[in-house]
Design a protein around this ligand. Structure first.
Ligand SMILES: Cc1cc2nc3c(=O)[nH]c(=O)nc-3n(C[C@H](O)[C@H](O)[C@H](O)COP(=O)(O)OP(=O)(O)OC[C@H]3O[C@@H](n4cnc5c(N)ncnc54)[C@H](O)[C@@H]3O)c2cc1C
Length: 752
């Protein structure tokens, strides 16, 4: 029997160039028993090499970013978006805000660098650093706009760029073209764009060939860029730079792309500092101070082998870093790495031409730009288009014929969350077979047609009880604990009642004791945080080993009988409101196949993290007649449950149904959750399905939802006010999606 309990935890901090290679390699060749977590400030991480091409419109935003989410999914790694500022090296854990500490056995840092001018007085208020690049891009838009407006009024605009290395030279070329491209800068009234490159050195491109230095200088000057050598900035002021010799340079905006530096926090944690101010590592990329901590890229300097800070070295180190992390955690000797002495630098001139230099060699031409373009695109593609790994079935040869094996393979990628529920048809068949033992104080029918069961209490109140349980769809137990708790509470909220108390049921994968404890701790901290937000007490529970992480809760609520909302109390003429978008099933399925973008998943996670408590209160306050929560059986399945036993139907406004960003894209690519096909059997209940079955939104009707929204049926006269209130309280995607109509056949659905 093959089992691989988790026994060690590797944490990667920063989604830099080296960690991209680590993630890809770990995805191609996983280390059984090793859990991997990536913590990165940016999840859609910018690729600096493409920045100049993006500024002048040659590359789209996507062509200069790598989405770490699909890559982390590919590697089977947990992804946490957060900025690390404290590591406890003694007890090997990382402190993060808003979540429990993350313990580790082995750590790797690939956190890049920031321009050293960040420490100059006034830098944060009066100048813009090229890194972090996304912040630069956000603020660059304003500079460009301001420049364009000023120039179009006939006034001059002065942009100071501080630094004399390749990044500053590229920025000088690019910013000039980018600003001139802006509308309104041409025409007779246009002022003059004055770009001034201010460098403390006596030449540009120090460390590169003399011919490249001379060429860059000539070319910049010929484009009207002023170069100020020997200008060391002492202070950034409002619309001015003050140099160390007290000269003041006026400017409308200042950018800096000076030499690399590192913040102090890694050293405050106890990591060894190199003479040039970076994390000192040896030839194995282990830090000089701690053998279980590795560092690579700009953040690290190799003892006795310092090199300029450039992405080329960070990329090269990725391969050896992946190898050594694997060797370290499995107790094998590490490989030594000697960085190359010279690298090829390709410096974009932003006019589809580039300067190429390596050692003394220099060349400049359009072909060098094409070479850079090929290298950059290839790099981005390597980490954006990930191979589909074959599904391994552990079945003895000869047990299966080819057809059955293919079928099993296709089904092996089962969804988690609500996509992993048992189909409603199967459930009904089985429940119908069960004997019924009636009790007078049990008000619900057996089979549980309502979201929660109702038990009559002697004091006249009703005890509502519900149970829900889902498989983890994320590698993050903390996040999963919060979402699964919200998901479980929803059944009580769907009945218009507040959650009182809950019992937890946790299934934890077999793991080494320490890791098992950590998973349970994160899961339960997530759960208790969500319970606290909902004012619900945890009063008990049970845990057991399971094949994979699972969590659910039995929830109690108390209410007076007349205040309880049921599914079936719909009234003809009622308006239907849906409080959250649909599409979580397809997005979670795409995420499993590492085909979901971070921005889609981020919005989905935020929605799943938000409780239905407020929406429930609002629906009651607006006289709702009936309500349910949308989960595994999808909108149509749950709507049909509401309509069962009623001589009513629904007109559904298909185009009003809100969907999560990306859901229509993934559905359009045929990515559906495991339960989708069973849910789709309900399509037969749509009287005019032929007219709509090719509509983009049609499949979303069958998409299973995890922690989905409420579907509220309420008087038409109160629907607008209810919707306004929902929107005002953060349910900004809530929408009116249909109307209850009279129908001869119960459960008639008409799309409109
Ligand atoms: C305009 C410009 C153009 C350039 N062009 C080139 C070029 O063409 N070729 C070249 O070789 N080099 C180029 N460089 C240099 C290159 O940007 C760096 O050398 C390279 O990015 C370093 O890579 P890295 O892997 O060390 O880190 P980075 O690629 O900078 O990545 C660092 C990662 O760490 C994350 N992070 C940072 N701090 C934290 C934290 N505290 N907690 C969690 N996560 C954190 C960030 O979000 C990011 O994901 C250029 C630089 C600039 C400014």
């Amino acid at each position: 029997m093959k089992i691989s309990p988790i026994v060690k935890h590797l944490v990667l901090i920063g989604g830099g160039h080296s960690h991209l290679a680590v993630l890809r390699r770990f995805g191609m060749h996983p280390v059984p028993g090793l859990a991997v977590t990536l913590i990165s400030r940016e999840v859609v991480t910018p690729y600096s090499g493409s920045l100049p091409a993006h500024l002048v419109g040659l590359y789209s935003r996507d062509l200069m970013h790598i989405d770490l989410r699909p890559l982390a999914q590919f590697a089977g790694a947990r992804l946490i978006q957060s900025e690390v500022t404290k590591i406890n090296l003694e007890d090997r854990s990382i402190e993060l805000c808003d979540r429990p500490d993350i313990p580790f056995d082995c750590l790797s840092l690939n956190i890049g660098s920031r321009p050293d001018s960040a420490l100059i007085t006034g830098a944060s208020n009066h100048a813009l650093a090229v890194k972090p690049i996304d912040k630069f891009l956000r603020e660059w838009k304003f500079i460009k706009q301001q420049a364009s407006t000023t120039l179009s009024t006939g006034e001059n605009y002065r942009l100071a760029i501080v630094g004399g290395g390749p990044a500053s030279v590229e920025l000088a070329f690019a910013s000039q073209i980018a600003i001139e491209q802006c509308e309104g800068t041409s025409g007779q009234k246009a002022g003059r764009l004055q770009i001034c490159l201010v460098t403390a050195g006596d030449k540009l491109l120090t460390g590169h060939s003399t011919r490249s230095q001379e060429f860059a200088l000539r070319e910049l000057e010929s484009r009207g860029v002023e170069i100020r050598f020997g200008g060391r900035v002492a202070r950034f002021g409002k619309n001015r730079l003050v140099l160390t010799d007290d000269t003041e340079l006026e400017c409308d905006a200042a950018i800096y792309a000076t030499g690399a530096s590192l913040p102090e926090w890694p050293f405050q944690c106890g990591l060894a500092k190199s003479a040039d101010g970076f994390i000192e590592v040896g030839p194995t990329l282990q830090t000089s101070s701690h053998d279980f901590v590795f560092a690579a890229g700009d953040a690290a300097t190799i003892r006795n082998e310092p090199r300029p800070k450039s992405g080329v070295y960070a990329v090269r180190q990725g391969k050896i870093l992946a190898m050594n992390l694997r060797r370290f955690v499995t107790g094998r000797p590490l490989k030594r790495y000697t960085p190359q002495k010279k690298t090829l630098a390709l410096i974009s001139m932003s006019n589809k031409s580039a300067i190429a230099t390596r050692g003394d060699w220099f060349f400049q031409s359009a072909s060098m730009w094409r070479l850079k373009d090929i290298i950059d695109r290839r790099f981005l593609k390597k980490y954006s288009e990930l191979p589909q790994m074959p599904v391994e079935l552990d079945i003895a040869p000869g047990l299966l014929d080819q057809q059955a094996e293919t079928k099993l393979r296709n089904h092996a990628m089962r969804c988690a969350g609500c996509g992993a529920k048992v189909a409603s048809s199967v459930l009904e068949e089985v429940l119908d077979e069960l004997p019924e033992l009636r009790r007078d104080d049990v008000l619900s029918e057996s089979g549980g047609a309502e979201d929660a069961s109702r038990i009559q209490l002697p004091d006249g109140r009703i005890l509502l009880q519900s149970l829900d349980f889902i498989k983890a769809f994320t590698h993050d137990p903390f996040l999963f604990g919060k979402i699964a708790t919200n998901h479980s509470l929803s059944d009580i909220y769907a009945m218009g009642v507040q959650a009182h108390s809950a019992l937890a049921l946790a299934g934890l994968p077999f793991a080494e004791r320490r890791y098992s404890r950590q998973q349970l701790r994160e899961l339960m901290l997530g759960c208790s945080e969500a319970l606290e937000e909902n004012g619900c007490s945890l009063i008990g529970g049970h845990s057991a080993e399971a094949e994979q992480l699972q969590f659910g809760m039995a929830v109690n609520g108390f209410a007076a009988p007349e205040t309880i909302l049921t599914k079936s109390n719909l009234k003809i003429g009622d308006t239907l409101i849906l409080t959250k978008p649909l599409g979580s099933g397809t997005l979670l399925a795409a995420d499993m196949r590492h085909q979901a973008r971070h921005e889609w998943m981020d919005a989905l996670m935020q929605s799943m993290l938000s409780s239905n408590r407020k929406a429930s209160e609002i629906s009651v306050a607006h006289g709702a007649h009936a309500c349910t929560d949308i989960t595994g059986f999808g909108l149509l399945g749950h709507l049909l449950e509401m309509l069962a036993n009623n001589c009513m139907g629904v007109t559904l406004l298909l185009e009003q149904i809100p969907t999560f960003a990306g859901a229509l894209t993934t559905l359009g690519s045929g990515i559906v959750s495991s339960l989708h096909t069973d849910n789709q059997l309900n399509a037969a209940r749509i009287s005019n399905q032929v007219d709509f079955q090719n509509h983009d939104l049609f499949p979303v009707l069958f998409d299973p939802q995890t922690a989905g929204g409420l579907l509220i049926s309420l008087p038409r006269s109160r629907a607008k006010a209810c919707l306004d209130k929902l929107v005002a309280t953060g349910h900004d995607r809530a929408a009116i999606i249909g109307e209850i109509i009279e129908a001869k056949d119960a459960g008639t659905i008409i799309l409109s």
